[in-house]
Design a protein around this ligand. Structure first.
Ligand SMILES: *[C@@H]1O[C@H](CO)[C@@H](O)[C@H](O)[C@H]1NC(C)=O
Ligand SMILES: *[C@@H]1O[C@H](CO)[C@@H](O)[C@H](O)[C@H]1NC(C)=O
Ligand SMILES: *[C@@H]1O[C@H](CO)[C@@H](O)[C@H](O)[C@H]1NC(C)=O
Length: 394
């Protein structure tokens, strides 16, 4: 008797489980991915061809152009406006038989892939992005080959479209081949790039750049910075630096760089360690000063204009290979200025205008004379007055 009851219980339980599973499969939406522009057929569960059903999308009637063929709903030339949750109900009682999440998308197409080493000689990273949106979830597979073997690829924990690779060796002449494949429900596409170790080296910008005025020096600014903290071995793989600065109100930049390499030949030498290049751009206004120094992380600007706010940035590059980093975050500084401010009366003088002489001369240091010259004259003019006032107070 007890046995019979147990068996009965089991049968009932099994029936309940089956019924529940069936019901669930009708309620839980399944995904259907379709190409944009195509004609889409949605099948209501596994109902026979002669079954009669009605469809709803997002709980309301299907308004888009469509056809009904028994248990099938056919949409023509679908686009993103057809996305939605489709449900079908069997007539005449209107039981729900299926639920479909329709996702319209496109197969992946070409990708752009870029690789860069900001941690040379430890490793590099590659990042990629799709030139065309696919509108549906797309994943990426990355394969990196070097000297006929596959290298271990580590996904970035933050950036979805980025991965990291360790250099298997340094100073390798074998090229690296990186193949990124985009995969989604509608297809896949691969892009392969090939490069040499030396071409992808690009440090991060220098850090903690500071610029400070120097007391009693109205033309000077002391600039210092730190090498990028991501660069792992500054002693074995030194960096050179490139500094640019300009008054805030001007478009032109003055450039200074350290450890000049042969691929950036100086054009005019004006002193033992100072090199000046004058570049006349279309507007006739750009000019550069380049100074070669040891691989120091500081520089004193000596040709700033008193009282003018300057904007200063630094870039870094491996001394031998690779490309320049991006510019550091801009810092602002104003050279020391005497109080009260007789020099402010010279602001109508356009300091840059006076330096655009196309003569690539050896007189770089004189360039910035006019404002001070003017100030001096002004001072000379006023000094009897000052003297008079001084006497009056005595
Ligand atoms: C999408 O398709 C519908 C129906 O075919 C059409 O009315 C609508 O203009 C289309 N939308 C776009 C953005 O192409
Ligand atoms: C259904 O709802 C989704 C989400 O709110 C919406 O994006 C989609 O356009 C709707 N589809 C239709 C056909 O109304
Ligand atoms: C890139 O990887 C994909 C997927 O593994 C493969 O089908 C394709 O042939 C590879 N392409 C190249 C050029 O190696």
């Amino acid at each position: 008797m007890a046995n019979l009851v147990t068996s009965l219980c089991c049968v009932v339980l099994a029936a309940v489980v089956v019924a529940y599973a069936q019901r669930r499969s009708q309620l839980v939406a399944r995904n259907q991915y379709e190409r944009m522009g195509s004609d889409v057929t949605m099948q209501c569960g596994s109902l026979d061809n002669d079954a009669s059903v009605s469809w709803k999308v997002n709980g309301t009637d299907v308004k888009a152009q469509h056809r009904l063929e028994g248990p099938r709903l056919i949409l023509t030339q679908v686009n993103l406006s057809h996305n939605g949750l489709y449900s079908c109900f069997q007539n005449p009682h209107g039981e729900r038989r299926d639920t479909i999440f329709l996702h319209i998308g496109i197969p992946p197409r070409e990708l752009t892939v870029n690789c860069r080493s900001n941690t040379y000689p430890k490793g590099f990273y590659c990042s990629w992005h799709q030139l065309h949106a696919t509108y549906i979830p797309t994943t990426f597979e990355v394969d990196v080959q070097h000297d006929q073997r596959s290298l271990e690829v580590q996904k970035d924990s933050v950036h979805k479209n980025r991965c990291h690779v360790l250099f298997p060796e340094v100073f390798s002449s074998f090229p690296y081949k990186v193949n990124v494949t985009a995969v989604n429900a509608l297809g896949k596409a691969s892009t392969t790039i090939s490069f040499e170790e030396s071409s992808i080296v690009k440090p991060d910008p220098p850090e903690r750049v500071t610029a400070t005025p120097i007391r009693f020096n109205p033309r000077r600014l002391e600039v210092s910075w730190h090498s990028p903290s991501t660069w792992p071995d500054i002693d074995s793989f030194p960096l050179k630096y490139f500094l640019r600065y300009r008054p805030l109100i001007r478009e032109q930049w003055q450039h200074v760089w350290w450890k000049l390499s042969l691929d950036e030949p100086p054009q005019f030498v004006t002193g033992p360690k100072m090199v000046t290049t004058q570049q006349i751009s279309e507007s006739g206004k750009h000019w550069k000063t380049q100074v070669e120094l040891s691989d120091s992380t500081s520089h004193t600007i000596t040709d700033a204009y008193a009282g003018k706010e300057y904007i200063i940035q630094v870039a870094a590059k491996d001394t031998e290979i690779g490309t320049w980093s991006d510019w550091s975050v801009a810092v602002h500084a104003t050279p020391w200025i005497e109080d009260p401010l007789p020099i402010t009366s010279t602001t109508e003088v356009d300091p840059i205008e006076t330096t655009t002489s196309p003569i690539p001369s050896s007189n770089a240091p004189q360039k910035a004379e006019p404002p001070v010259g003017r100030a001096a004259r002004l001072l000379t003019f006023f000094s009897p007055l000052l003297l008079g006032m001084l006497l009056l107070f005595m």
